[in-house]
Design a binder for this molecule. Structure first.
Ligand code: FE2
Length: 264
């Protein structure tokens, strides 16, 4: 199966870009299952029920989250009823929502797992131990498993890639919004990319309006960040996975600017 994973979608600019780009990517790469990180989809922070619907209507089959999961408080009202969204599995046992979902589309089945790192992020349960706990039982249900490891430190993400090699089909990093150039298939058959990158304005700082960010760095004063409205860029990764063994056969980064898309 072909799996397309779209990096952190930032605000309305990012959502618009997803809707524009997906039809051409679908005809070019024939992805059976499309997953996207949506934790910044609502004005850069969190996600709403309406935006979940918008992304699913655009062709996304499953949504992963991260440290901004709870930023829109209405999520507490609907996350338990939405089977296509996962929040980090290593949150408290008492947190609502789920950390794992089985996504079925176009005759294929993919388990998606969301984990969050602990380096330069709030203290939570160990993502490595949580992965052990989840993957052993998941693999008895399906061999095709995607892990979105939402983490700040490249070292923690690379360590997770090696830790899960041979146990997950695809391990991707999100959160840092800048696509890394280390796409590879590890010796055990796991496709890996340290960070997929983002979808949103390329004229801001990680998708946010740059003047406010620069002001914050210069002054250390509290500043309100807003989503930048500039030209967008779109980052994703495509993996071809053997349906029976769960082994990755191919991984390919995708990077498109608004200008590239206009010329498609
Ligand atoms: Fe994040």
């Amino acid at each position: 199966m072909n799996v397309l994973f779209i990096g952190d979608i930032v605000g309305s600019v990012g959502r618009m870009a997803v809707k524009k780009v997906l039809p051409s990517l679908k005809s070019k790469y024939n992805p059976h299952i499309i997953i996207a990180n949506g934790e910044n989809a609502a004005a850069g922070r969190g996600i709403t029920a309406q935006i979940v619907k918008e992304l699913l209507d655009a062709g996304v089959h499953g949504i992963t989250m991260g440290n901004h999961t709870w930023d829109n408080k209405d999520i507490f009202e609907w996350i338990d009823e939405q089977p296509r969204i996962v929040r980090p599995a290593n949150y408290s046992e008492e947190a609502p929502g789920q950390g794992v979902a089985l996504i079925k589309a176009n005759g294929k089945e993919l388990a998606i797992v969301n984990l969050q790192g602990r380096t330069f992020l709030p203290p939570i349960d160990c993502p490595f131990r949580k992965a052990d706990e989840l993957l052993d039982s998941l693999r008895s249900k399906t061999k095709c498993i995607l892990v979105d490891f939402h983490a700040e430190a490249t070292s923690e993400k690379i360590a997770m890639g090696w830790y899960l090699d041979g146990r997950a089909s695809l391990v991707v990093g999100t959160h840092t919004h800048v696509q890394t150039n280390d796409d590879s298939i590890l010796p055990g058959g796991t496709a890996f990319l340290t960070d997929v990158g983002m979808v949103g304005s390329k004229e801001g700082v990680l998708g946010m309006e740059r003047t406010a960010v620069i002001h914050k760095f210069k002054t250390q004063l509290p500043v309100r960040f807003v989503v930048d409205e500039g030209d967008w860029h779109f980052h994703a990764v495509l993996a071809e996975i053997d349906d029976f063994t769960g082994t990755a056969k191919r991984i390919q980064k995708i990077r498109l600017t608004e200008t590239d898309w206009l010329m498609l």
